[in-house]
Design a protein around this ligand. Structure first.
Ligand code: PRP
Ligand code: URA
Length: 209
């Protein structure tokens, strides 16, 4: 699939196995979501532009490279996307953070918006949209719609587990968005959960069930 990166790294496979396990505690689940997000970000941020800077080491002057002015906005989809935020801020502490609140109606599986607060200059930033789960793809597509309405042209989407149908929907509706996904699972079940998946990511992060 064009514009989709699926990860195949031993550290991610190992952490995914523990993340999926129903006996993993909320504390460990939260830590793993953050760690997997950091590992994925290493790849997703590979194309950040660099600029030359002159510095002085204890030995001599030299030219080194630093990330240039391009600004990032990290935008988690509430609630579960919050679990990935610190994993990215660890690598880019100066990034701004916006929030989009969406919940899936349990019967229709349609996303409903309840909150949207993005950085004022979000149209001048590259947006990294975060949600650990992409099931029907409805929430991700709705979030991308909001972000584009605010004038953003450069969006990446990071999710930990996707269903094939969700990935296809994101690609069809937003073919310009680069998607980074730790794992693509088999299917959705009859109530819209990813199989085998990991259950309800928000509930497992926040211990609400
Ligand atoms: C979950 C998940 C995604 C969405 C994915 O959120 O975090 O946002 O479902 O499903 P979709 O691809 O079919 O839209 P949920 O609506 O359960 O809200 P929560 O994070 O507040 O629990
Ligand atoms: N949201 C989740 O948290 N898990 C799923 O399997 C599907 C949607």
């Amino acid at each position: 699939m064009e514009n989709v990166t699926i990860f195949d790294h031993p550290l991610i496979h190992h952490k995914m196995a523990i993340l999926r396990d129903k006996n993993t505690s909320s504390k460990q689940f939260r830590e793993l979501v953050g760690e997997i997000a950091t590992l994925m970000a290493y790849e997703a941020l590979r194309d950040l532009p660099l600029k030359d800077v002159e510095i002085e080491t204890p030995i001599s002057k030299c030219t080194a490279r630093m990330i240039s002015g391009k600004k990032l906005a990290i935008v988690p989809i509430l609630r579960a996307g919050l679990g990935m935020v610190d994993g990215l801020l660890t690598l880019v502490p100066s990034a701004r953070v916006g929030h989009i609140g969406l919940y899936r109606d349990h019967d229709t599986l349609e996303p409903h918006e309840y909150y949207c607060k993005l950085p004022e200059d979000v149209d001048k930033r590259e947006v990294i949209l975060l949600d650990p789960m992409c099931a029907t793809g409805g929430s991700a597509v709705a979030a991308m719609d909001f972000i584009k309405k605010r004038g953003c042209k450069n969006i990446k989407f990071m999710c930990i587990i996707a269903a094939p149908v969700g990935l296809e929907r994101v690609q069809k509706d937003h073919p310009d968005v680069k998607v980074y996904c730790a794992c693509v699972d088999e299917k959705l079940n009859e109530i819209g959960y990813i199989v085998p998946g990991l259950g309800d990511a928000g509930d497992r992060i926040f211990g609400t069930k």
